[in-house]
Design a binder for this molecule. Structure first.
Ligand code: FAD
Ligand code: EGU
Length: 470
């Protein structure tokens, strides 16, 4: 099923380094424009591999990611293999479950299988005759002066290849990015958080999902947190987030059970006692890193996208979504500047850096907030307050997660608006408080003994609200 690329044939060669989620999608974007696309990927073809190793089994796909898939005609196919999650399901320590919808009826996110998504995108890229996938090609080095790349293969042989444009989609530990760090006026920061994550599988019970399937299940426990997303095979993938120190404190099967008994007791019968004891020790907890850099380009030769440009901690479910949106933004700038790389690349950096940095900050902020004081009661309370304010003033107050998850509002604009909304809310509260004080003073004059009974609870409420907004 070969299809021809749109527009007149162009000879320029675009090398996409990394055939992960963003690399495979980007190959489609460039192929659609008629470039000669060469994808280079370290791993063997995952479509042939028996076991695909790597991070997280499933991911939350939301609006930004879906829009990018739509650009290359893949949205329907991918969503048909995703499981809609219309709400979060908050699990309290006692096992009580409370749903909180993501929004109105049509607003939901999708749980998608990472390996399947990656395979489908590679297969789609291959349907373009002007795309070639090169597996078992690990980028070792490249020259920013000449654009010459050196790849090593598993048999030890080397390949040297030149391209007109190099697109670095090689993930959080990008080899392409290394050349950026050697240059003057390149900014870079990387932060490992103290938490690690571990994935555990919850099998089906009697052939059915062990919990309600159309939810993002969350067990918020301050420093510990667990999240579960449904899979098509009726399992759930549970991801436990916890400080590395605490992971290491648990050394025996009995200690695992004791720990789960204390914090996630409702999941023990669902994951299974023996499976839990075994799986906890199968793989060590994995690290999470946040990476920021700028600029995203070197001259007219090279550009970074996806985790290579901005690895974010997963506490907003936006890493892949942001990387997919990178592809749309680049595509838009290509239209604007007629595919002139010397103009497109700096413009891409200019428009995209503030947004990627904003989502990196938001994800880190949410990590800190969750870790500091988010238990199940607090989580429920906060979301209900946000949703209530939205209900009262639907045009004025839009919850941050709504802007991030269900719109393509530029991430940095979403943050600006969030700060502005906070001011509006605080001012609103100030008016009410001023009103209360004035009213109170009047009452005080009229009827002195009663006022204390009125003011003391009001003050308590006010303090709660202040705590909430900071
Ligand atoms: P990667 O997926 O890392 O792909 C990079 C590719 O480059 C790989 O195939 C690799 O083999 C290849 N490569 C690396 N080095 C070289 C080299 N030298 N030469 C050639 N090839 C190379 N995001 C969401 O949107 N929603 C979620 O719910 C979500 N949940 C997450 C949960 C966890 C626990 C984690 C850790 C992340 C989560 N993310 C989520 C983030 C998401 O996984 C990443 O943002 C996404 O995978 C980035 O895609 P990428 O293609 O840029 O990088
Ligand atoms: C973490 C790991 C709930 C998948 C942030 C919400 C996540 C995901 C939330 C993982 C949370 C946290 C949001 C979505 C999503 C919530 C969101 C986090 C998917 C603010 C596979 N987060 N995640 N926020 O609102 O906007 O439901 O591993 F627990 S989806 Cl940490 Cl919307």
């Amino acid at each position: 099923m070969e299809k021809s690329a749109e527009g007149p044939a162009k000879k320029k060669v675009v090398a996409v380094v990394g055939g992960g989620l963003v690399g495979a999608l980007n190959a489609c974007f460039f192929a659609k424009r008629g470039f000669e696309v060469e994808v280079f990927e370290t791993r063997e073809d995952i479509r042939q591999a028996k076991v695909v190793k790597g991070r997280s089994i499933n991911l939350a796909l939301s609006h930004r990611g879906r829009q990018a898939l739509k650009h290359v005609g893949m949205e329907e196919k991918i969503i048909s293999q995703g499981i809609p999650m219309h709400a979060r399901m908050i699990h309290s320590p006692s096992g009580k479950q409370s749903p909180i919808p993501y929004g109105k009826k049509g607003q939901y996110i999708l749980s998608v299988d990472r390996a399947n998504l990656n395979k489908q995108l590679l297969t789609e890229a291959e349907t373009y005759p002007n795309t070639k996938l090169n597996f078992d090609h690990k980028l070792q080095d490249w020259s920013a002066e000449t654009g010459l790349m050196t790849f090593v293969r598993s048999d030890g042989s080397k390949d040297q290849i030149k391209a007109d444009l190099i697109v670095g989609c090689d993930g959080a530990f990008s080899a392409i990015r290394k050349q950026f760090l050697r240059r003057s006026r390149c900014n870079y920061s990387q932060t490992y958080i103290p938490h690690g994550y571990m994935e555990l599988t919850m099998p089906p019970i009697d052939g059915e999902f062990a919990m309600k399937p159309n939810y993002l299940h969350i067990w918020p426990r301050n420093t510990f947190m667990m999240i579960a997303l449904p899979n098509l095979d009726k399992t759930f993938t549970c991801t436990l987030f916890m400080p590395f120190d605490d992971f290491e404190k648990i050394t025996t099967g009995d200690e695992v059970i004791e720990f789960f008994q204390k914090y996630f007791s409702d999941t023990i019968p669902l994951i299974g006692l023996d499976a839990l004891k075994r799986d906890y020790f199968r793989l060590p907890a994995l690290a999470m890193v946040s990476v920021k850099c700028s600029p995203y380009h070197i001259g007219d030769k090279c550009v970074l996208m996806g985790d290579a440009a901005h690895a974010v901690v997963p506490f907003y479910g936006q890493g892949m979504n942001a990387g997919f949106e990178d592809c749309i933004v680049f595509d838009e700038v290509m239209d604007q500047f007629n595919e002139d790389f010397s103009a497109v690349l700096p413009e891409y950096t200019r428009v995209r850096v503030p947004d990627d940095h904003a989502i990196a900050d938001l994800a880190m902020y949410n990590y800190i907030e969750m870790r500091a004081h988010v238990n199940s009661t607090w989580f429920l309370f906060r979301k209900h307050v946000d949703d209530f304010l939205h209900f009262l003033m639907p045009k004025t107050i839009i919850p941050l997660y709504t802007m991030v998850t269900f719109t393509r509002t530029r991430y940095h604009k979403a943050v600006e608006r969030w700060h502005w909304q906070d001011k509006v809310i605080n001012r609103g509260l100030l008016f009410s408080a001023t009103g209360a004080v004035l009213g109170g003073s009047y009452l005080l004059i009229k009827n002195p003994p009663d006022i204390n009974k009125l003011i003391i609870p009001a003050e308590k409420l006010w303090n709660k609200v202040v705590a909430l907004r900071t």
